[in-house]
Design a protein around this ligand. Structure first.
Ligand code: CUA
Length: 321
């Protein structure tokens, strides 16, 4: 069973709220247009009146005080009434939008649990053994309940084309609905400053047809493949004996660390380091040689691996499809 996501188009690289690809994002977009229209009208009115008055009354013949107006009920009702109507309209419009985007807590079971870590995303799929990182696969056309959590500090989930933005807070569960319209790759980013590598905490949602998604889920439920060639076997032994295995899990092996991303199917990901670079042999080599040079502050310690060890580890990781 060969799976590829290489042919999926990147739909929302622009990360724009005006590029909605779910009913939830569309609702937020309408509300945004409403706000922009109302704010523009107010701006035009205020600036227009200011310009008009500046021109119309720029000269005065004498120094007498202008005529004063007080207690004009019509004017006062207008001045209070218009802003009040605007606030009421947008209050209820916002409530309506929120109820479409934010689900009732606890009433439904989440389809996916996403946990923000410094600085990567963990995605686990309840009811399956699937536990992956950074490239989050979801089916299109289905109303998906996402449970959002944080492992260390506050992160913030935001894929603008798919809908709302939601904080991920340690010790709390937050929820979002999303129904993705069409297959593709949707990009987003962590939207709450969470430390040195916050800027490289990119999100990639891989939206697939339900059939492709099921295939992906089935394949990713499997344990890691056993290395077949000599180099990869050496890499596997290194992985288990060096400290890699105390921070990373590879299902079906002795590696069961929970600190770093699960690497059971690492080789099938297109990108690495949370969207920082393509998942290529060259990039993995660079990363394993000197993680702190590639991603300063990352929680991966600097091991002193020689070039031969790096090559073997990379060969092992690459074939973990
Ligand atoms: Cu995680 Cu910013």
């Amino acid at each position: 069973m060969k799976l590829t996501i290489a042919n999926l188009p990147i739909i929302a690289q622009g990360q724009s709220i005006f590029n909605g690809a779910s009913p939830q994002a569309e609702k937020i977009k309408s509300l945004d247009y409403g706000f922009i229209a109302a704010a523009s009208l107010v701006l035009l009115l205020v600036v227009g009146l200011t310009v008009f008055i500046t021109i119309r009354y720029r000269f005065k013949k004498d120094d007498a005080e202008p005529k004063q107006t007080a207690g004009n009920r019509k004017l006062e009702i207008l001045m209070v009434g218009i802003p009040l109507i605007l606030v009421i309209v947008f209050f209820f419009w916002s409530l309506k939008t929120m109820s479409a985007v934010n689900p009732d807590r606890g009433r439904n079971k989440p389809d996916v649990i996403i946990t923000g870590h410094q600085w990567w995303w963990q995605a686990s799929y309840p009811g399956t053994t699937v536990n992956t990182a950074n490239e989050i696969h979801l089916p299109v056309g289905k109303k998906i309940l996402m449970q959002l959590e944080a492992a260390d500090v506050i992160h913030d989930w935001w894929v603008p084309s798919l809908g709302g933005k939601m904080d991920m807070i340690p010790g709390m569960h937050n929820y979002l609905w999303v129904t993705i319209d069409k297959p593709g790759i949707y990009e987003g980013a962590c939207s709450e400053f969470c430390g040195q590598q916050h800027a490289w905490m990119r999100i990639r949602v891989v939206a697939q047809t339900p059939a492709d998604y099921e295939k992906w889920l089935t394949q990713h439920s499997l344990n890691a493949v056993k290395p077949t060639d000599t180099l990869a076997r050496i890499g596997a032994a290194l992985f288990m004996n060096a400290s890699c295995s105390s921070c990373h899990s590879i299902r079906g092996t002795a590696a069961n660390g929970m600190q770093g991303p699960d690497l059971t199917h690492f080789g099938s990901r297109q990108t690495m380091l949370t969207g920082m670079m393509d998942n290529t042999t060259e990039n993995i080599n660079k990363w394993l040689t000197d993680p702190q040079k590639v991603k300063p502050g990352a929680h991966m310690p600097r091991f002193i691996f020689g070039p031969d060890s790096v090559r073997a580890l990379t060969a092992y990781l690459k074939q973990l499809k």
